[in-house]
Design a protein around this ligand. Sequence first.
Ligand code: G1P
Length: 297
Amino acid sequence: MTVKTAVLPVAGLGTRFLPASKAIPKEMITVVDKPVIQYVVDEAVRAGIKQIVLVNHSAKRAIEDHFDVHYELENELERRGKEELLKVMRSILPPDVRVISVRQGKALGLGHAVMCAREVVGDAPFAVMLPDVLVDAELQPAGSEPDLAAMVQRYQASQRAQIMVEQVPMDKVSQYGVVALEGDAPAAGTSQVMTGVVEKPAQADAPSDLAVVGRYILPARIFELLADTAPGAGNEIQLTDAIASLMKEESVEAYRMQGVTYDCGSKIGYLQATLAYAKRHPQVGAEFAELLRQYND
Ligand code: G1P
């Protein structure tokens, strides 16, 4: 079975981004001229995903609206002959990709959020993409497959769950799920069998400096395991714990990413993303680079 569905847990309240995220979902905050969530959906589409499942909260309807047709606006743009803008509006989502929304009424953890998508996903393997994390494929080696697409291909070939990891400084490991591996760390763009995974370990207990960074390809079996997963770190139902259970039944692999991540749930990560994307934006990139030079002087 091919990977056609991506689950995006977007119900989180975004406390790290207050006050900006009080009335606007943090996923709707713009990086240059697109909301963060659109970059994540674009990444999914590039990997061949055809169905996006938003696991949403009642206060964050703007995310659903962004991917819906805005008939009045399109009509008005058409009437005024604004062809370019119309094109932009209509390219937010390719016509063969659909967005489905389910609700996570209570914030019981990432594992619980993923479980909320169970009925929509069904029996097929699927991707989980954490919307705070932007994966910048432009910074991958020239000609390489974007990371998520590479993970899908690796899953298809091996039938083993793929967990994207990135090397992080040891003093940051306690913010992440951290993996233990069979043998040496894999080269960027390749996968290695995992022997363990632990959610937010103390630095002294961390099995490595390879952190789980928000992209997963998982079999549907994970739903059954999640249903049996007791609350873990932070008293939340952790996806990491269900992955540890899956590892007792079958091989799970860590995929070492090639691109660069920006943690857009944090203010500094958001600023970093803004710099990276603004510098190469087709319309404002050159002027922005000039601005940066002026500020540096
Ligand atoms: C979640 C996961 C964690 C992962 C992290 C990546 O944690 O539980 O394993 O490393 O995302 O961003 P959160 O950041 O939601 O606390």
